[in-house]
Design a protein around this ligand. Structure first.
Ligand SMILES: NC(=O)c1ccc[n+]([C@@H]2O[C@H](COP(=O)([O-])OP(=O)(O)OC[C@H]3O[C@@H](n4cnc5c(N)ncnc54)[C@H](O)[C@@H]3O)[C@@H](O)[C@H]2O)c1
Length: 311
């Protein structure tokens, strides 16, 4: 995918340079391609900086965070020069995971940015769009791992497993574990998830798969996703009931799983789990947010947790 993209971007950049040149130079001016004042809105056009780190004939890829070697194998040595962070002064593409990318870290040579994960909120997408640099993501890449965490979260929210482990560790240190294990287990009662209701907000890769597994665990599943894709709809369990609003979806839920992207700005999802939604939670509901913290209005949630027995 990257090579095609890079090629396409290179073509569109050439076109942009040519048209800018035409506009900014009067007809009597001799053609002076070097005098291009605007290059993706960045001011002076620069090609390569520290050319000692540049290998002609290869695309240079700048990486942040540990990118899986399996993924990097997709970039054969003969065609790509993979370098970490600042070592890549002439990068054509950037690959990153959670690194919070700053504009200054994007060399003038960059033609594409790929986030190895679903969310793109650590990349200044709007600015990159102004600069003509497409930002890709990989939705679904970690979907199974996150789904398993959601399921683990539901179990942890139902049983006092962590409290039980800590209690037994402490008893063990006092030499009382054997004597107290049976007696004290009553301190850590809980509830089963079978027969309970799970509300899944966002039925994408993670949400749809969570909904399917929750049904297999005997749960009732309610979903909410106004932009549900056909591909994901086909993955949903037959018994799911779809809601027309977030508030309605959560109203009867014992567990609520948030699986939507975090999008800043107007019309985005910042604090979308707000007072109205939190106010619709039933008593004792467990909120599972394995997407992004900023999706939830912390004040509203604190108020709910302080006044209720939500988790
Ligand atoms: N904790 C982690 O390690 C981890 C890993 C991967 C993804 N994530 C987070 O989980 C999110 C979901 O991941 P995914 O792979 O399922 O993404 P996805 O793009 O496959 O699915 C997101 C779904 O959310 C829906 N949606 C968007 N806005 C909505 C809204 N306002 N209300 C209801 N639904 C809405 C979309 O229509 C889409 O179906 C990501 O955006 C990311 O922030 C976290």
């Amino acid at each position: 995918m990257i090579p095609t993209t890079l090629a396409r971007q290179t073509v569109s950049k050439t076109t942009l340079i040519a048209s800018t040149t035409k506009r900014s130079i009067s007809s009597s001016t001799p053609t002076l391609l070097a005098d291009v004042s605007v290059e993706h809105g960045r001011g002076d056009w620069k090609t390569y900086g520290d050319i000692t780190s540049y290998q002609p004939g290869k695309f240079q890829v700048k990486t942040y965070n540990k990118i899986s070697p399996l993924g990097l194998q997709k970039f054969p040595n003969v065609q790509y020069d993979i370098k970490e962070g600042d070592e890549a002064a002439n990068a054509h593409a950037i690959l990153l995971r959670s690194h919070k990318l700053q504009e200054e870290e994007v060399p003038h040579t960059v033609r594409a940015i790929a986030r190895c994960g679903a969310g793109t909120n650590n990349v200044p997408v709007a600015r990159m769009t102004e600069l003509g640099i497409p930002v890709f993501n990989t939705p679904g890449a970690n979907a199974n791992a996150v789904k398993e965490l959601v399921l683990a979260g539901m179990l942890l929210g139902s049983r006092r497993i962590v409290g039980g482990i800590n209690h037994m560790t402490s008893l063990g240190e006092q030499g009382l574990a054997k004597e107290r294990v049976e007696k004290d287990k009553a301190l850590f009662g809980g509830r089963e998830i079978k027969g309970k209701t799970l509300a899944v907000i966002g039925l994408g890769h993670i949400g749809a798969s969570t909904a399917r597994d929750a049904e297999h665990l005997g749960m009732n599943v309610v979903g909410y996703d106004p932009m549900l894709s056909i591909e994901n709809a086909l993955k949903l369990p037959r018994s799911i009931s779809l809601s027309d609003s977030m508030c309605n979806a959560v109203r009867d839920a014992d567990y609520i799983s948030i699986n939507i992207p975090y999008i800043k700005g107007e019309g985005g999802t910042h604090g979308i789990i707000g007072k109205d939604v939190v106010g619709s939670f039933k008593s004792g509901a467990v909120l599972l947010n394995f997407a992004r913290g900023e999706l939830v209005d912390s004040e509203a949630l604190k108020e709910h947790l302080d006044g209720n027995d939500g988790r």
